[in-house]
Ligand binder design. Structure first.
Ligand code: BDR
Ligand code: CA
Length: 318
């Protein structure tokens, strides 16, 4: 039986690869996508998500639009967009054709609450974006946390930062929401931070291989990842020349191939007050805190296995 999942996205180039992987992999069933303010304004996230699903022939997967801004900080992450950091990795509109598909009338938070209230089978929740929608669901429905069997979060970092020296973008963009999610008491949280995603680099040669597959998904993935490689070569050179992490797709892929990541069970909390450290995932790697571990944190990833997973998934037509 395919594993059911909901992707919470701020589509973006790597979100788009995660969406295509979840929509096309035979062992996954993408129940729906919820969108949130992040890489680009939420209306662009929604439009990009609809375009990508239509492009791969999966316009049947519903898209629900969520929060247009963080829970508490009205100015996040505008400074990032104003600094054009986001634009370098995530154009407002992805290079796939426009679509006649439209978002659902139901909002993302209502969809999340109702779906888990009525679910008869396990559905993994995979947020690969700022956690505003998830925190809003927690605030609106106290039973939500008990109803979600598993959360796989792309976000956070221990030894790295990408939006500040101390923080990763998804957590930084709505730190209060992230703090709520890690403290909520979910039964099973897997965190896929930058420490893991930067060990699963996809190269320009992989993009050439993807493009040669000739399917809409493979060629779109080659374009999205190729865009990221140009940005990384210019602003964040990787250990492997002409390569990029595809953060969100690794998180989604770990659901169908858990061996892609190597995890440690640790306590994670989120800094919301520090001037230099706001949005930092404080990962208690040496058990110095008083808190029991609350999630499985990935510190390593299988780059070859990840590339092979993408090739296999995108070789097939929808
Ligand atoms: C995360 O930030 C976004 O730019 C990506 O989509 C990913 O979810 C990586 O820090
Ligand atoms: Ca994302």
């Amino acid at each position: 039986m395919p594993r059911k999942l909901i992707l919470d996205v701020d589509t973006g180039t790597d979100d788009a690869v995660a969406i295509m992987l979840a929509a096309l992999h035979p062992e996954l069933e993408l129940v729906g996508c919820t969108t949130v303010n992040g890489n680009v304004p939420v209306e662009h996230c929604t439009d990009n998500t609809l375009r990508v699903l239509d492009h791969i022939g999966r316009g049947d997967i519903p898209v629900f639009e969520g929060l247009a801004r963080p829970l508490v900080r009205p100015d996040f992450p505008l400074p990032r967009r104003e600094r054009d950091l986001s634009g370098r990795y995530h154009p407002d509109t992805l290079p796939v054709p426009p679509t006649a598909l439209r978002k659902q009338a139901t909002g993302a938070v209502e969809f999340l609450i109702e779906t888990y209230r009525t679910a008869t089978e396990e559905i993994a929740l995979v947020p690969v974006a700022p956690l505003s929608n998830i925190a809003a669901a927690l605030a609106l429905d106290p039973r939500f946390v008990q109803r979600v069997p598993e959360v796989v979060i792309m976000g956070g970092a221990h030894a790295l930062g990408n939006v500040t020296p101390s923080a990763e973008f998804n957590i930084w963009a709505d730190p209060e929401a992230a703090a709520m999610v890690f403290a909520a008491g979910f039964a099973k949280i897997t965190l896929v931070p930058l420490d893991a995603t930067h060990r699963a680099l996809i190269t320009r040669e992989h993009c050439t291989e993807l493009d040669a597959l000739g399917t809409p998904a493979a060629q779109a993935a080659a374009a999205f990842i190729g865009h990221r490689i140009v940005a990384h070569d210019e602003h964040q050179k990787q250990a492997v020349p002409h390569s990029t992490p595809v953060h969100d797709a690794l998180a989604a892929g770990s659901l169908v191939a858990p061996s892609l990541i190597t995890t440690r069970r640790l306590h994670v909390a989120v800094e919301t007050a520090g001037v230099l450290t706001v949005g930092r995932t404080v990962i208690d790697t040496h058990f110095r805190g008083r808190h029991a571990p609350n999630c499985d944190v990935a510190f390593d990833a299988d780059a070859a296995g990840f590339a092979a997973l993408l090739m296999r998934a995108f070789a097939a037509k929808a």
